[in-house]
Design a binder for this molecule. Structure first.
Ligand SMILES: Cc1cc2nc3c(=O)[nH]c(=O)nc-3n(C[C@H](O)[C@H](O)[C@H](O)COP(=O)(O)OP(=O)(O)OC[C@H]3O[C@@H](n4cnc5c(N)ncnc54)[C@H](O)[C@@H]3O)c2cc1C
Length: 274
């Protein structure tokens, strides 16, 4: 497999070569750094198709990395398998913003958690209280360079309606209900790998706390924005049973042998057993 695979890619990189150290840790957050057995950088569709075909034929696990922004461990990187690095793909603008990494290099590890709610002033007050007084905030603050950032993305009814109007069916794949809502993200940053578990647990617990409060006050929106979700959040389930069933039909049509389920461990998945 390796010889044919290497020939398929314009550039390849084994652990012993000079670029390997930089390329294997190109991902934005240290949580996503890994040790792939081989990194390839296809430069066009032909190289990419050939590489994927060879990986499938050889049953070799692989990961795909585009900009490398996803902080999920092994979400866009892999240990021992092959990493397909899309940064040489001429059609894609490589958008990993190095200045962001430089600016925040004092806190090298990031994780985030997401939930959604319908905004109103009463819930904003509750959120403000939780973001200042919750025990998880103290836990995160106590970590070396521990940082907590709250991100709020307002999503309007008209935005969702416009998205659905452009779709091929009346309900979109994400299962969004047209109503004003806010997508919340908790960005947690810290320095030492030894704090990974504590930081992840505190971020997740704070997200759960916010979610419970929004359910209790009737503000909860059953949607998790994939770009902001933690690796252990079940993003796809929130799209709703009809959409999950539709996605499975699409998978059966385009990936009947479930290659991207079996050989690509990273990312959010439809149920493996189905
Ligand atoms: C500082 C920062 C700010 C951000 N701000 C925003 C924001 O404002 N709004 C927002 O929506 N998101 C934001 N994000 C989140 C970011 O957009 C998502 O994490 C997004 O997935 C990153 O895209 P990427 O190309 O870097 O993907 P990667 O991290 O490279 O990959 C993401 C996932 O997609 C898979 N993948 C990538 N390319 C392919 C491919 N060609 N084929 C199949 N699978 C593939 C990977 O295997 C991985 O599972 C931000 C991220 C960072 C680090």
């Amino acid at each position: 497999m390796p010889t044919a695979l290497y020939a398929a890619a314009e550039h390849h990189c084994l652990p012993v070569t000079a670029q390997y150290a930089n390329l294997s840790s190109e991902n934005w957050s240290e949580t996503a750094w890994a040790h792939p057995a081989c990194i390839i950088q296809p430069i066009n569709e032909i190289h990419l198709q050939r590489a994927v075909s060879l990986l499938v034929e050889s049953n070799v696990p692989f990961a795909i990395r585009s900009g490398g922004h996803l902080p999920s461990p092994l979400g866009a990187n892999i240990d021992t398998g092959v990493l397909i690095d899309m940064s040489s793909f001429s059609q894609i603008h490589y958008s990993a913003n190095k200045s962001v990494v430089t600016m925040w290099s004092w806190a090298e590890v990031w994780d985030w958690h997401a939930t959604s709610f319908m905004p109103n002033s009463a819930f904003s007050d509750k959120l403000s209280t939780m973001m200042t007084n919750a025990s998880e905030v103290s836990t995160i603050s106590s970590l070396n360079t521990g940082t907590l950032v709250l991100g709020l993305q307002p999503i309007s009814t008209s935005l969702i309606e416009a998205g659905q109007a452009r779709g091929s069916n009346s309900s979109n794949t994400l299962g969004l209900t047209p109503r004003n809502q806010t997508w919340l993200v908790l960005d947690v940053g810290w320095h030492f790998q030894s704090d990974d578990n504590a930081a992840h647990a505190a971020g997740g617990a704070l997200n759960d706390r916010i979610e419970r409060a929004s359910v209790k006050s009737g503000n909860y929106v059953d949607y998790v924005f994939v770009n902001d979700a933690s690796w252990d959040q079940d993003v796809i389930k929130h799209y709703g049973p009809c959409n999950v069933a539709r996605l499975k039909r699409v998978r059966e049509a385009y990936d009947p042998s479930a290659v991207f389920q079996r050989l690509v461990p990273g990312g959010f998945k439809l149920d493996v057993e189905n």
